[in-house]
Design a protein around this ligand. Structure first.
Ligand code: SF4
Ligand code: SF4
Length: 176
């Protein structure tokens, strides 16, 4: 999964002016300074720990189209989806949360299906906010913001290498 996949407690940020491609810090060889391989890009592989879908109260935004897709996936009407699975916030509608031993879990986080894992029960139709983590503009702003996010996400700086072009394309899909 990847919800976080999405990081709900990260506030949305206004998009900054687009830097030249070669100016992105993750274009530099071995940008995180950990692998010593000279590779360019960033490594990420979700471990399904669930940390980014839980914790303090957060915000998981969705577009009207995404809301309709989730409702269809659940086999319910849009009104029922809104009433049962969403909440209103100052940033707009968000997926709702449920209290767990870990904090405020996203209403679609499933800790039962696979022991020791926290999985997204609507993975196929999860919002773009969840699909694009951790390649958010706010996270990619600098190596420092990337490292700060990585301290709470064990999937960052491990797993397959994502090329800078892919990172940029993913980053530009949402304004977070
Ligand atoms: S929709 Fe899925 S990936 Fe997104 S926050 Fe909820 S459980 Fe996590
Ligand atoms: S590894 Fe990262 S993206 Fe995956 S669930 Fe954990 S915190 Fe979220």
């Amino acid at each position: 999964m990847t919800r976080r996949p999405a990081r709900r407690e990260h506030p949305r940020q206004t998009a900054a002016a687009e830097p030249a491609a070669e100016d992105s810090w993750f274009d530099a060889p071995d940008p995180t300074g950990r692998t010593r391989t000279g590779e360019r890009g960033l490594r990420f592989e979700c471990t399904s720990c669930g940390a980014c879908c839980s914790g303090p109260p957060g915000y998981t935004g969705f577009t009207p189209d995404e809301g309709r897709a989730i409702a269809r996936h659940l086999g319910i009407g849009e009104d029922e989806f809104i009433a049962r699975y969403t909440k209103a916030t100052s940033s707009g509608p968000s997926l709702a949360e449920k209290i767990s031993a870990f904090g405020f879990d996203c209403v679609f986080l499933d800790r039962q299906r696979v022991p020791g894992k926290a999985l997204c029960s609507i993975y196929e139709v999860r919002p773009e906010q969840c699909r694009t983590w951790p390649f958010w503009r706010s996270v990619l702003k600098s190596e420092r913001t990337w490292d700060r996010a990585a301290s709470g996400c064990p999937g960052m700086n491990r797993g397959p290498l994502h090329q800078p072009s892919f990172v940029r394309l993913t980053r530009d899909r949402v304004d977070i």
